[in-house]
Design a protein around this ligand. Structure first.
Ligand code: BDP
Length: 697
């Protein structure tokens, strides 16, 4: 298998008694095909059930027997009405669904219903998932409503089809052949997203190109929007702030200039004429050299509101990114987004969301939650996770990210007292925001299996599932995905669920243990380079982040240092400020710690680093060994690919371990404990490595 089918392989149910019982319970399906979305529902049920049940599916909905599967948008005169499901549907909004077993006209029905066609599609995928994962369907009473309104992928895809931080081929958007040619892959993409509840896609890179806003490109975007619409997916674009100058021939992009405002009004009207349900813009402004309102001494709110006013009549939204760091040399880059944005709380128009990365630095293997969460109660904040593994081993590493996402979502901001978790801030429940959502920077590309590393498909899956329901556990998500993507075999699952769920922690151990961060290679971020100190801006250099010296290691962000901790609620600040209560996993993130400091394990900091780097590499070896035993459960093609990638990952773990320890040892001056094998290469060797082949930006 190539992996192209993702988690929708629909292979026959292997468990014979279960298969027999499913066959008895589904004798016929009844779907009214009055809309493109309902036609998709019907086709999905036919192809899914034909594959899973290994029988031809009767689609008349008429059977002398029990066992009718009906999928319909709520209809008082239909089975959903007759079964009395109206009251349940009062709780499910526009996208939630109900799946219920009911007797109607003396026959047993399974009814999939919702208030809209798209809700029925979501329910259909959920129902198929029940069979794919071998659940009991004999007496169903499921109500499921998404916890977030916007569930989005952000593609960092460029006009020339390169993907910034992409490790799975080129962009799947073929701008050259659009709009005339609709690659079937666009439809498969939409279907995969709908299967996990994703309802928005930002097609273009945050480092934006104004060309996308020109008429020929809007036609191409329209073609994609048309392909995605029946799957409930809205299209968004990134807006380059200086577009009025670049494609509008104006002299300025000042958001308070009436001509600029008029230009955006006109441009936005033009977009809505072409794409009536266009979602809106994502904007990266005054960050890493991108143009923005501060170029004209205006604030982020001035910039966002100018676009928000222009798009409001069309019901669009502006998602303004908080990933900013200014051109002046900062004391601590960690503090900049908060300093720029908190004073603007309450100043954004009601159709603006501020999109915040999970942490304040940049998608590190482990990062404490961003201090903006909970600090802007008047502004809806959208979560930005990174699904592509820019800093977690890129295309060769297994790092199942649900535990990373969950760690942030479950962190308590204390903004409205205990229990004000990040999840509840972003789902709008803490501050009552109707506009709420979660985005992930996509890991999808033109590779046959979509994500490069076959196991990275699980991260796309996890993003969607958590945006729908952030209370799902990592184990549950891993289990669902493994059952559907590989096998329902118990021995397979009992090895693979923990293997997946521990994989990110393993990466943390051999890359960035106990709070180290941003010590990756310059620009491409591939591999270790903690020694780099010669880049133009201090905060581009790894030495800025680890601050190793003869006394110790780590970034002092307490009140004695940069005081980034001052940006958190008192409860959080207190916990992390005290070196004795700060969790050890975040120790070097917040403290500069003497090499001799005793950890809970009894080891000193140097020994703890050695322990983590060696254990991390060792754990990759264990994953390799466990994976070998999975051969009976996996098709040869995917088995071999993953085996080879684990081999690469092991070599990279050794490289990380040796390079980092040899380098930090030049400060600690302590030996690597004698029970560990010594690095077989010198620090100079690791420093000399160059990676012209590493995918860049
Ligand atoms: C960093 C990436 C860079 C992105 C930037 C962003 O290295 O390529 O443009 O984030 O999110 O993680 O804007």
């Amino acid at each position: 298998e190539t992996g192209y089918e993702l988690w929708m392989r629909y292979v026959p149910v292997q468990n014979q008694p279960l298969l027999n019982s499913y066959r008895l319970q589904i004798n016929s399906i009844a779907v009214n095909t009055g809309s493109p979305t309902l036609r998709i529902v019907k086709n999905e049920l036919i192809s899914g059930l034909t594959g899973l049940l290994g029988k031809k599916i009767d689609t008349t909905g008429k059977t002398a027997l029990n066992g009718i599967l009906s999928a319909e948008t709520y209809n008082p005169a239909g089975v959903s009405g007759k079964a009395g499901l109206k009251s349940l549907l009062e709780q499910t909004g526009e996208e939630g669904f109900v799946i219920a077993t009911k007797t109607v006209n003396n026959k047993k029905h399974i009814i999939i219903t919702g208030n809209t066609d798209i809700a029925v599609l979501y329910g259909t995928f959920h129902f198929l998932r029940l069979i794919q994962t071998q659940q009991n369907i004999s007496s169903l009473q499921i109500i499921s409503t998404p916890k977030m309104k916007l569930r989005m992928l952000n593609h960092w895809d460029n006009l020339n089809r390169t993907v910034e931080r992409g490790y799975s081929g080129s962009s799947i958007w073929n701008w050259h052949t659009l709009p005339g040619y609709i690659d079937p892959r666009y439809v498969d993409y939409a279907r995969a997203n709908a299967s996990i509840g994703i309802n928005g896609t930002v097609l273009t890179n945050v480092n934006a190109n104004a060309t996308f806003l020109t008429p020929p490109y809007l036609q191409k975007v329209k073609a994609l929007a048309d392909a995605f619409r029946p799957y409930g997916i809205k299209v968004y674009l990134t807006a380059r702030f200086s577009a009025p100058i670049e494609i509008g021939k104006l002299k300025t992009a000042d958001p308070l200039d009436p001509q600029v405002q008029q230009w955006w009004n006109d441009k936005i009207s033009e977009i809505y004429q072409v794409i009536p349900d266009f979602g809106g813009f994502v904007v990266k402004a005054n960050s890493e050299g991108q143009p923005g309102p501060q170029d004209y001494k205006r604030t982020h709110a001035d910039g966002a509101n100018m676009l928000a006013s222009a798009i409001a009549p069309h019901k669009g939204i502006i998602i303004w990114r908080a990933f900013v760091y200014s051109n002046e040399n900062p004391v601590d880059r960690h503090k900049q987004a908060y300093d720029d944005f908190v004073p603007l709380d309450g100043k954004f128009n009601s159709n603006v969301m501020v999109q915040v990365k999970n942490g304040a630095i940049d998608f590190m293997p482990r990062e404490p939650f961003h201090p903006l969460f909970g600090a802007m109660p008047k502004t809806p904040l959208m979560m930005e996770f990174q699904v592509t593994q820019e800093y977690l081993g890129q295309g060769t590493t297994l790092a199942f990210l649900a535990p990373l996402f969950k760690e942030t979502l479950e962190s308590d901001t204390y903004s409205k007292g205990k229990g004000s978790t990040v999840a509840k801030v972003i789902d709008g429940s803490v501050d009552q925001h109707a506009l709420n959502g979660m985005a992930g920077v996509s890991n999808i590309g033109s590779d046959i299996n979509w994500t490069g590393h076959p196991l990275s498909q699980a991260n796309w899956y996890a993003l969607g599932r958590l945006a729908w329901d952030h209370s799902l556990s990592s184990e549950k998500i891993a289990e669902e995905w493994l059952r559907m993507s590989f096998s329902n075999n118990a021995a397979f699952l009992s090895t693979m669920i923990p293997l997946m769920c521990n994989s990110r922690e393993t990466v943390v151990r051999y890359m960035n243990p106990i709070g180290l961060h941003h010590i990756m290679g310059t620009s491409h971020h591939y591999g270790p380079a903690p020694w780099v100190s010669n880049l133009n801006r201090p905060e581009w250099n790894p030495v800025y982040y680890h601050k190793a010296d003869s006394l110790g290691i780590g970034f002092d962000r307490t009140s004695k240092g940069s005081n980034a901790l001052g940006q958190y609620a008192p409860e959080v600040r207190k916990l992390w400020e005290d070196i004795n209560t700060c969790e050890e996993k975040n120790l070097l993130w917040f403290h500069h710690v003497p090499w001799t400091f005793k950890m809970k394990s009894g080891r000193n900091v140097w020994e703890e680093l050695c322990y983590n780097y060696y254990t991390g590499a060792e754990k990759v070896k264990q994953m390799q060994a466990s994976w070998k035993k999975m051969q009976p459960f996996v098709d040869p093609q995917r088995f071999d690919q993953i085996t080879m990638l684990f081999n690469v990952q092991y070599e990279e773990a050794i490289w990380w371990r040796n390079a980092c320890l040899l380098y930090f040892q030049t400060f600690s001056k302590m030996p690597i404990p004698s029970n560990y094998e010594k690095p077989d290469r010198s620090l100079d060797y690791y420093k000399s490595l160059r990676f012209p082949f590493a995918p860049g930006i």
